[in-house]
Design a protein around this ligand. Structure first.
Ligand code: NDP
Length: 453
């Protein structure tokens, strides 16, 4: 049984029987058949489906945003922003997808040689609940332009979003079956990965599940893209604009109620400006409003599941026991909803739980350092390598330091965010492969050499 539960109230919203093996079989068959025909269409006609998806996303923004908020708890304005971003990304790939995937001439000793990007087939997308529309659409938009089909296995706490995405595709005119949805337990995913009708796998989720899925897909030699956890540093150097950095820090840590892989989680601050940064960061954090995520004034909703609250609080308790000081927040709110207040811990050391483990909720760890060199060393002292923010008034130095940071992206004087125009992904335990940009469009293609004598 797959249940949709409102994390703000604990009330059950809907429940579904898992799809049977016969249904899985039909879904895989339909996707394989539809993809073969889809791949035969020219790229301009494939790209032309995306504006229809974008239009429906915009028309149904309120309906979808409300659904997201009800199922996983993010504040409604953020859910509306998520739908807008999905629509914009569809527009982006409609316009630029064909160029990203156009034949690339290469001079060689042939009379003509070039690179062509052919589709791989049907891609299994295992997706998380934290951006239930965005995570899937950012994979799907370029995948469709490239000529692939998709099967979505969504997180089981957002089944209504999964079904809404499937209906959206049909309503937009995507051929029946090309985008399938499976409501199945995680234990049944391995058989789908191994099925010959699945060509490749993309997973956004935890590092632990990433390793499992990588082993399963590797066992049958199928390509994977893995977008996993992160513990992004937010480095504030002594010459930074402290006011802007502190304001941005609030968005960077508490957006999506802290449940984002690219949230800044470790605030690494040079000692000479640490008091000023911490004071401004704490003051701005105290202005956040926790409550019913459907209300317009709410900026902090519930976490998506009860276990996220207990895991997060355990990390806070262990860090405080090890010597961290609580500047604001620090304890869960007891009641029916999964609420945890925005929390800042100061005087964190790299060994403490909030610095050494990923914190998937509204908890910021402030680590004070002596200089930029120590800041970079600590930024890299993590198993993760997704994003990083670097704040400095010296842009030339910031460029040099950015190259020393072990991450898939470094944002200088800005908020780390995904953007359809730029590649997104990690290194180390944050995974491999890229989404978005031209690199993302080419991940699920066969980079084919054509050579003419
Ligand atoms: P999980 O890794 O548990 O779940 C992610 C997806 O994987 C869900 O669809 C889940 O399904 C599925 N899954 C779980 N177990 C298996 C399995 N054994 N085989 C196949 N699929 C499986 O993540 P959480 O729900 O705990 O989400 C939070 C984590 O995801 C955090 O660590 C976070 O950093 C990471 N994440 C990374 C992002 C990125 O872009 N890099 C973005 C968002 C989150 P089911 O719900 O049925 O268990």
């Amino acid at each position: 049984m797959i249940c949709s539960t409102n994390p703000a109230t604990g009330a059950e919203l809907a429940r579904y029987d898992e799809h049977s093996d016969a249904h899985v079989e039909l879904t895989l068959n339909a996707a394989a058949q539809a993809q073969r025909q889809w791949a035969c269409r020219d790229i301009a006609s494939r790209a032309a489906i995306l504006p229809a998806i974008a239009r429906l996303l915009r028309e149904r923004r309120e309906q979808y945003a409300r659904l997201i908020t009800l199922e996983m708890g993010k504040p409604l304005a953020e859910a509306q922003g998520e739908i807008e971003k999905c629509a914009w990304t569809c527009d982006h790939y409609a316009q630029h997808g064909p160029a990203y995937l156009a034949n690339t001439p290469v001079s060689s000793n042939a009379s003509d040689s070039y690179i062509a990007y052919d589709p791989l087939g049907v891609v299994l997308a295992i997706m998380p609940w934290n951006y239930p529309f965005w995570q899937f659409i950012r994979f799907l938009a370029p995948a469709l332009v490239a000529g692939n089909g998709a099967i979505l296995k969504h997180a089981n706490n957002v089944p209504q979003c999964a079904l809404a995405l499937q209906q959206l595709m049909l309503d937009a005119g995507v051929p029946a079956g090309l985008v399938g949805v499976l409501l199945i337990d995680a234990g049944r995913v391995k058989a789908v990965i191994e099925d010959e009708r699945i060509a490749a796998v993309t997973l956004t989720g935890s590092t632990a599940v990433g390793k499992l899925v990588a082993a399963q897909a590797g066992g049958v030699l199928k390509k994977q893209v893995l977008e996993l956890g992160g513990s992004d540093p937010f480095i504030v150097l002594a010459d930074a604009d402290i006011t802007t950095a502190a304001k941005t820090a609030v968005k960077a840590r508490f957006g999506n109620t802290g449940q984002s892989c690219i949230s800044s989680k470790r605030f690494i601050v040079e000692a000479s400006v640490a008091d000023a940064f911490v004071a401004a960061f704490t003051a701005a954090t105290r202005e956040l409003v926790m409550g019913d995520p459907l209300l317009p004034q709410t900026t902090i909703g519930p976490l998506a599941r009860p276990s996220l609250v207990s895991d997060l609080h355990s990390q806070v308790e262990r860090s405080v026991a090890a010597g961290a000081s609580v500047l604001t927040g620090g304890a869960p709110v007891f009641g029916a909803g999964c609420f945890y207040p925005p929390t800042i811990l100061d005087h964190v050391t790299p060994q403490m739980a909030v610095a050494s483990e990923e914190t998937f909720g509204p908890v910021a760890a402030v680590i004070r350092v002596q200089d930029a060199e120590q800041a970079i060393a600590l930024a890299n002292a993590t198993e993760f390598g997704l994003g990083a923010a670097l704040w400095s008034g010296d842009i030339a130095r910031a460029h040099r330091l950015a190259r020393q940071i072990e991450a898939g992206a470094v944002f200088i004087n800005g908020l780390v965010a995904s953007d359809a125009r730029l590649p997104f992904g990690g290194i180390k335990q944050s995974g491999y492969g890229r989404e978005l940009g031209a690199a993302g469009a080419r991940e699920f293609t066969n980079t084919k050499t054509i050579w003419v004598g």
